[in-house]
Design a protein around this ligand. Sequence first.
Ligand SMILES: Nc1ncnc2c1ncn2[C@@H]1O[C@H](COP(=O)(O)OP(=O)(O)O)[C@@H](O)[C@H]1O
Ligand SMILES: O=P(O)(O)OC[C@H]1O[C@](O)(COP(=O)(O)O)[C@@H](O)[C@@H]1O
Length: 303
Amino acid sequence: MIYTCTLNPSIDYFLDVNEFRTGQINRVKTDKKMPGGKGINVSIVLKRLGVSSETLGFIGGFTGDFIKQALKKEEIRTNFIEVNGDSRINVKVKSDTETEINGHAPDITKENIDQLFSQLKELTDQDILVLSGSVPESLPKTIYKDMMEVVSKNNVKVIVDTSGPAFNEVVTMKPFLIKPNHLELGDYFGVELSNVEDIISYARKLIDLGVEHVIVSMGGKGALLVGKEEAFFASAPKGQVKNSVGAGDSVVGGFLAEYSVSGDIVKAFHNGAASGSATAFSVDLCTKEEVLALLPEVKLTKI
Ligand SMILES: Nc1ncnc2c1ncn2[C@@H]1O[C@H](COP(=O)(O)OP(=O)(O)O)[C@@H](O)[C@H]1O
Ligand SMILES: O=P(O)(O)OC[C@H]1O[C@](O)(COP(=O)(O)O)[C@@H](O)[C@@H]1O
């Protein structure tokens, strides 16, 4: 079974505004509320691509109820731990540029953390665990590392997509796959990365630290898969970007949808890249039809 863990779920509140201006009243053209948070998006993409998963993490309040209802409609299994307080609302303003304001997580107690660890202890070497997104302020900074320590005892494969201090914590824990974007990869090493050669050479440094596979997403410039010996580039097809929120999560979802069926890393990367672009070109997260239509347009090159 694939488990996605979202420590900090959200309602993503999308606002479409003509010529957004700070310091003034802006009126929206259209708005939309969607369940969000990185692991949750991975589970939605997996489901749409025909693969089931179960969502773990902390959820609470009226916002939490909205997220659970939305996942129920998508027929996704949830096993969240209920916390006091409301899950956050993340505001996504789409105008001539995209602006994101991500809210605060509710407080999470020691008892809530213990409940999560009891769930993790049940995972086996047949399971894949996706750890995705930011870490709520009330949790120990080492939480992802602690979680990986627990599941590593049962040889669970772990995929990580996070940033900042949480990213720094996990790179030495030998994850199966890690998916930074080029900015997050650069932040970790304290460098600015703009060309493919440099990105590959810094991704290789993560491999030297024990990470098995690295996918570096580069927005409209495509994505790279870097392993011990090989590297592949996936092009980003041209198209009209409708909403790039969730494109990174779709790369992880698309990767896993293929990997969990064929076990083929390169095919999985191809599917992940097509899923990322399909989401960027769609108002919502990608559908299977959109991914299949884009696959031939995503060119894979061995580097
Ligand atoms: N403008 C775009 N055009 C085509 N594909 C895109 C575009 N933006 C993102 N993608 C696809 O989605 C992937 C993930 O996007 P990216 O913005 O790098 O992720 P993140 O949201 O994690 O920063 C990219 O590697 C690419 O394959
Ligand atoms: O946990 P974080 O880092 O605040 O990110 C949460 C946000 O990221 C998203 O999961 C989208 O992520 P990506 O655009 O990187 O795929 C949103 O749904 C959510 O609002």
